[in-house]
Design a protein around this ligand. Structure first.
Ligand code: UDP
Length: 239
């Protein structure tokens, strides 16, 4: 298994990526601006960029349900959080001159466009970055599943999962000193060993549609460009 040739990318950013380190802000302008610059750099190199943003920096349905919220309502709140993050990323991109559109799986006419696949396609053709918000639009899912679904619908060459670790490990490297990083690993191994990549439904959707998942550390400056050039440290999940 080697790194696939890439043209159209789906970049999945977990909400936590937008948090400042030490600023205490759930959406830190400096962090959001840095991520936006990485997306802009990728676009200027000719990559077509779709982005899916999570909401975990603001609200997670499952955690709220554990505190007594009704799960479906909590999940809708989580989805609304992803729309806030999508607007933050849009704002940061437009501040540096990148044209964008936000499309939400939950229609919100005054705030952004609804998700319309053909329209998203047109935006990409025109060189815009398309940011998909609200996951799949249904509770009991996550934005990882939203990312896998949009990657399949938009025929992306890969799903790039930007996290705070530099790939997929045999065990949690923070707690197990013997944990080693995979360069490549199969979807089936990820599912069988329950490795922390994305949730199982997202991994299965990527497997069934043959979409490689590239896991890399987005917190390290310039890493998106390195990974797109095939030189950065990352783990490729594929067949
Ligand atoms: N969510 C949902 N359906 C979706 C996507 C997200 O219900 O299709 C809710 C869910 O409560 C989730 C929250 O939105 O916890 C935020 O998304 P996620 O946890 O995936 O964000 P991330 O971990 O990537 O920051």
């Amino acid at each position: 298994m080697s790194r696939p040739p890439l043209k159209r990318i789906l970049l999945k950013l977990s909400g936590e990526v937008l948090m400042g380190e030490g600023s205490g802000l759930s959406i830190d302008p400096a962090m959001t601006g840095r991520v936006a610059q990485e997306i802009a750099d990728a676009k200027s190199k000719g990559f077509e960029m779709c982005v899916v943003v999570g909401g975990g920096n603001i609200f997670r349905g499952m955690a709220a349900a554990a505190r007594g919220f009704e799960r479906a309502s909590a999940d809708y709140m989580g989805m609304l959080a992803t729309v806030m993050n999508a607007l933050a990323v849009q704002n940061a991109l437009e501040q540096i001159g990148v044209e964008t559109r936000v499309q939400s799986a939950i229609p919100m006419a005054s705030v952004c466009e609804p998700f319309i696949r053909r329209r998203a396609e047109r935006h990409l053709e025109k060189g815009r970055v398309v940011i998909f918000a609200a996951g799949v639009g249904s509770p009991f899912f996550t934005t990882d599943s939203g990312a896998a679904l949009r990657a399949a619908e938009m025929k992306c060459d890969a799903l790039l999962k930007g996290t705070s670790v530099d790939g997929v490990y045999t065990a949690d490297p923070k707690t197990d000193p013997n944990a080693t990083r995979y360069d490549t690993v199969s979807y089936d191994t990820v599912l069988a060993k329950n490795l922390k990549v994305m949730d199982a439904s997202a991994v299965a959707l990527c497997r069934d549609n043959n979409i490689p998942i590239i896991v890399f550390n987005i917190r390290e400056q310039g890493n998106l460009a390195r990974v797109l050039a095939g030189v950065g440290t990352a783990t490729v999940v594929g067949n």
